[in-house]
Design a protein around this ligand. Sequence first.
Ligand SMILES: [Cu+2]
Length: 205
Amino acid sequence: MNLPRAHLLIVAAALLAAVAGFLVFRDAPPAAPTQQAVTLLPEPRPLPAFTLLDQHGAPIDEQALTGRWQLMFFGFTHCPDICPMTLQTLAAVRGRFDGPDQPGVVFVSIDPARDGPEMLGDYLAYYDPDIIGITGAEAAVAAFARALGVAVVMGEADAHGHYAVDHTTAVFLVDPQGRLAGLFRLPHRVDAMARDLERLLGARG
Ligand SMILES: [Cu+2]
């Protein structure tokens, strides 16, 4: 009679453990973080005001960046690596969405001396003609970049007058109210960025 009784106790203990485990599991917070790639600001803050030029040579200001989520990146058309890679990624993220949910992509040239509207337009059309290009007076572009904490270091020109520009690689997230909502830092991955945007679109309701 001793053996079956011991056996029963073991079964009962196992059952209790299973129930306890179930309860713990049910009370546990979701394991997955809500956002994978973006670092959201505690409070969105208005974009610094600017008046610059788009790639069609028309004036553009911060009001043009409202109405949808925007992925904004600072770079230059002569960039050998980071800018082409990032634009490809952002165009792919954009391609994951349709209609009003589709985020905009904004490329601000921090090398306006070389990136006039026409140059910028030709360059961006290769990635996605709907990307908003921003350039303009050097001082005005520099002020806008500085106000967002974008680091820009102009390199020395070589014998041919070629120079590189080191720049921030973060992608700025602008919400539909035109406010700075967060930052995507490297690495920029299409899947993770698209999932974060999906969640943000869902949260807006
Ligand atoms: Cu670049």
